[in-house]
Structure formats: structure tokens, C-alpha cells
Design a protein around this ligand. Structure first.
Ligand code: ZN
Length: 320
């Protein structure tokens, strides 16, 4: 628990992979009392005053069947939403309800559309089940687009472009965190609404393929999109030996580009095996908040920890 007497800074986190862990290991529970196998637990969310946690449906490239997606969503309903502290966020009104009742909002996202195989009916069914953010790819190519690790570095396919249009029509947020740079610009040219990078850092500070160039960051800022700073250590420093101060540098960099109102957090907890020092799970995030308070005014820190993310969702989720 925190020792400093800083005011409350609730947290909104736009990416974690706990559903993937639950999918891989049948015996695991979201409410893991030992807190040894899962990073994002209800207790730690409460300790970090979590307003919002996004739960990604990630399906390994080896599991291309739709069944793994349905199973992940079933885990979200059976494990996450059954916990009395969690509240499913499908609409802007749900966010108000969660805040009023001191619950943590749980948003469902899809990381990689491989398993959909171009099936827009399935996308619409996922929307009905509550999926509100979609990244076209994980690191590799699929029917919709190329991911950042695909050697040919292509952009969107024709079907992928149509899929983007359908996401916008439904009111599903688009997430470019794993997309190639070419895909990023093609998507930017195509969309009518702002999009997000839920868990990526600044390439100017750490030249990993998963990070964003200053031009990409400026484009996200210009369209009033959002950038979720992530705690994946090798996206923070090139040797992967990273401290909370190193994470803060990425936040400062994006803020210096004019992004103080566009920054948010995207931990990638439960999707990583190495960690930033002292940033091991949600209950450690107040340490990052304390570091931010040494650099930024309280209002800016509140915006970064949750205000920017919540404002974006209130504007872009279906009203009710
Ligand atoms: Zn990811």
C-alpha cells in the first residue's frame, strides 16, 4: 500500500491480458486469493482505485478458431463480471453507474481479428456481447492487415478496410497498438472518428517496433485520439531494464508533443513476463502516480491516470 499522503488518483487502464491467462490455465481464478499467478486481481484493482480496466481478448496465432474467442468472452462473463466489484462498460451511462456505485468498470476489447476470418456477422455479435475496442492485428499478418513484426510491413487489406468501416458504424473503437506504420496511416486516412493506441510508447525514447514515432504520436494528438503508456519493460528501455522514472520519461515526451490531454495508461499486466522495477501489478501504479506528481500539476496527473480515458469513452461509446 502507498505511504505518501497524495490525494486520490483513480486509475483507468486500457489493456491487460488476464483473460488470456484464464484461457490458458483452466485452474486459475480472476479473484486469485494467493495473488501469485495473476497480476490484475479484484483486490489490486481496488487498491489502485481502479475506475476502469480494459480486458483484451487475445487469441494466440496458433488458435485461429472462433471457439477461443467465445471461450475468452465466456471467461469475461463468468470470472470478471461475476465479481461484485466489477461493472460491465458498454455505454457512457455504464461509466456513470460504475462511478456512482464505486465499482470498477470492465471494458472488453479484441486484440487481433484473426479468428473472425472476415466474418462481419461475428463482429456484430461481438459488439452485442460488449466488445467496444478492436485492434486489427497482433504482431503478425492476418486477413485484415499486417502487424508490426510482419517483414513485408504491409497496410490494410480491402476486407480490412471494410472491417474498419463496420467498426466505426457500430461504435467500436479502433486500436492501432500492434499495427504496422503503413497500416496506421491507411487507417488514419480512412476513419471519421478518433482512434487509440492502447498500449504503446514513444519510439524516440525506445526504438522498439511496438512504439510510435513522433509523427504518429502527433497525428493521434491532432485527431483527439488517445495513447496508453505501457509498462512492457522492453518498450520502455531498449535493454529492458526499466524503472518507473523511465516510464515517466515516455509520459513526459508525449506531453511535450502536446499530448497531456491524450495520454492514458495501458499496463499490459498479465501479458508480460518481465516487469518494470517496482511496477509489478495494479496496486503498484500509485508509485507511478507519485513519480508523475513530481513533474506534473495534479490536474494533469488526474487526466493521465483516468480523466483523458474516461472523457474519450464518454464521448465515443454509445450513450446508452
Ligand atoms: Zn498487445
Amino acid at each position: 500500500m502507498r505511504e505518501s499522503a497524495t490525494p486520490a488518483f483513480p486509475i483507468a487502464d486500457f489493456h491487460c491480458d488476464v483473460l488470456w491467462k484464464l484461457l490458458k490455465h483452466d485452474e486459475l481464478l480472476f479473484d486469485d486469493q494467493s495473488e501469485s499467478l495473476i497480476d490484475v486481481t479484484p483486490g489490486r484493482l481496488q487498491a489502485s482505485q481502479a475506475l476502469l480496466q480494459t480486458f483484451a481478448v487475445y487469441v494466440s496465432p496458433r488458435m485461429t478458431s472462433q471457439a477461443a474467442i467465445w471461450k475468452s468472452i465466456d471467461l469475461f462473463y463468468e470470472h470478471v463480471l461475476k465479481h461484485p466489484r466489477m461493472h460491465h462498460i458498454r455505454t457512457a451511462a455504464d461509466l456513470d453507474y460504475a462511478t456512482r456505485h464505486d465499482r470498477t468498470g470492465a471494458l472488453l476489447s479484441l486484440e487481433g481479428v484473426d479468428g473472425l476470418q472476415g466474418d462481419f456477422t461475428m463482429l456484430r455479435l461481438l459488439f452485442h456481447l460488449g466488445v467496444r475496442a478492436v485492434g486489427l492485428t497482433w504482431n503478425h499478418a492476418n486477413w485484415a492487415a499486417d502487424g508490426v513484426m510482419e517483414p513485408r510491413q504491409g497496410g490494410l487489406t480491402v476486407r480490412g478496410g471494410q472491417f474498419v468501416d463496420e467498426c466505426e458504424r457500430l461504435g467500436i473503437l479502433l486500436d492501432v497498438s500492434h499495427l504496422t506504420e503503413r497500416g496506421f496511416w491507411e487507417l488514419a486516412d480512412r476513419v471519421k472518428r478518433p482512434f487509440i493506441a492502447s498500449h504503446s510508447n514513444a519510439k524516440a525514447l525506445c526504438s522498439h517496433a511496438r512504439n510510435l514515432t513522433d509523427d504518429q504520436l502527433k497525428a493521434l494528438i491532432a485527431i483527439d485520439g488517445r495513447i496508453g503508456i505501457t509498462y512492457v519493460p522492453y518498450f520502455v528501455t531498449e535493454d529492458g531494464n526499466a524503472t518507473i522514472t523511465d516510464v515517466l520519461r515516455h509520459i513526459e515526451h508525449v506531453a511535450a508533443l502536446g499530448g497531456a490531454e491524450h495520454l492514458m495508461l495501458g499496463s499490459d499486466f498479465d501479458g508480460i513476463e518481465q516487469y518494470v522495477q517496482s511496477l509489478r501489478h495494479p496496486a503498484d501504479v500509485p508509485k507511478l502516480v507519485d513519480a508523475m506528481l513530481r513533474t506534473f500539476p495534479e490536474k494533469v496527473v488526474t487526466d493521465i491516470t483516468s480523466g483523458n480515458a474516461i472523457r474519450f469513452l464518454k464521448e465515443h461509446l454509445p450513450a446508452q
